[in-house]
Design a protein around this ligand. Structure first.
Ligand SMILES: *Cc1c(COP(=O)(O)O)cnc(C)c1O
Length: 360
């Protein structure tokens, strides 16, 4: 049976990528060894990591003013690491738009001064608060932190807030990096856990403007300083070689699809189809406000919690897996990242129609 995996993360990877990784697993490019068995300083892996960095730069049009780094510990490590490096004695501003942004805020507040400038928490994070209602970020703030796509609540920024030119805008793009075009120059730093759109879990991609590297306090442990990664091409210690290899393959694949602009068109079409169906239905409903809807994580509910559970169970049996909503919000969630083909969305909508017919 053909299955489609709608997991929020770790999430499905492009089938072509999985097949290349499988074919090369035991014997990487006629080296006689698997990639995981090769030295991170050797010729073969050097080519892989250089390609991974070059792909990120090319796809996201990253200028030479920025460093691209691969850092262990996923996005959650970045919550603390960015505060350790950039906070100093200043105040960092946080937009509280979901469980992940709230966690990011807490890490900064634990280390220094952090402030919430807007929140939709009282409304179960069902929208991104209107920028006009945010508390203004002063020119001497350490940074303003946002979460571009809220994986759990299913919301996404359409545009990004404007800040004083002295204040770096920092975005956790874990669940929508490379799903749409963004202007990297608008950001001081972008980071993303790899396991949604870029590869396996346990690693973050960090894109940081080089002038910010100077802010790091001298007494931070070596492995927690961004400069350690930027100065050593992420090879100060033994990096997660397999994760970097898969990221190189995934970004090769994005290039082969025509780049981010082409992927964005497909993502828009996939999400539009699913939301159009939800809007046309009196049986399924989504709690997310229209102007804040995520094109990556689509959440909805059935008329009762019992039906939510039955839907997830039957969908799984039909090969549509991991549709259970996050434990905090309940209901259902389909994560339709770059790797999810339109056929998966079509199969899901067909199943939803059929389920409604049988149980509506
Ligand atoms: C998944 C996710 C995280 C957490 O990533 P880890 O790699 O598990 O630390 C953080 N932020 C967002 C927006 C996410 O979707």
């Amino acid at each position: 049976m053909k299955t489609y995996n709608f997991s929020a993360g770790p999430a499905m990877l492009p089938e072509d990528v999985m097949k290349i990784a499988q074919a090369e697993f035991c014997n990487f490019k006629d080296s006689g060894s698997g990639l995981v068995e090769l030295s991170h300083r050797g010729k073969q892996f050097t080519e892989v990591i250089d390609r991974a960095v070059a792909n990120v730069k090319e796809l996201m049009k990253v200028s030479d003013d920025y460093s691209v780094m691969f850092i262990q510990g996923g996005a959650s490590m970045q919550f603390a690491m960015l505060a350790m490096n950039l906070l100093g004695d200043k105040v960092a501003d946080y937009a509280d738009t979901g469980v992940w942004s709230n966690k990011a805020y807490k890490e900064a507040a634990n280390l220094g001064k952090a402030r919430i400038v807007c929140s939709s928490k009282e409304d179960k994070y069902a929208y991104i608060p209107d920028f006009a209602k945010w508390e203004a970020t002063p020119a001497d703030a350490a940074y303003l932190h946002i979460t571009s796509n809220n994986t759990v609540a299913g919301t996404q920024y359409r545009t990004f807030p404007k800040v004083d030119k002295n204040v770096p805008l920092i975005a956790d793009m874990s669940s929508d990096i490379m799903s749409r075009e963004v202007n990297v120059d608008d950001f001081g730093m972008i980071y993303a856990g790899a396991q949604k759109n870029l590869g396996p879990s346990g690693m973050a991609v960090v894109i940081m403007r080089n002038d910010l590297l100077e802010r790091t306090p001298a007494n931070l442990p070596t492995m927690l300083k961004y400069s350690t990664y930027s100065e050593n091409n992420s090879l100060y210690n033994t990096p997660p070689t397999f994760a970097i290899y898969l990221l190189a393959l995934v970004t090769d694949w994005i290039k082969a699809q025509g780049g981010i602009a082409a992927i964005e068109k497909i993502n828009d079409a996939k999400a539009a189809k699913l939301y159009d169906f939800l809007d046309s239905s009196a049986y399924y409903s989504t709690p997310v406000q229209k102007d804040s809807r995520s094109r990556m994580n689509v959440v909805w509910r059935l008329p009762s919690e019992e039906l939510d559970a039955q839907f997830v169970k039957e969908a799984t049996a039909a090969g549509l897996t991991q549709l259970k909503g996050h434990r905090i919000v309940g209901g259902c969630r389909a994560s339709i990242y770059n790797a999810m083909p339109m056929a998966g969305v079509d199969a899901l909508i067909d199943f939803m129609k059929d389920f409604e017919k049988r149980n509506g």
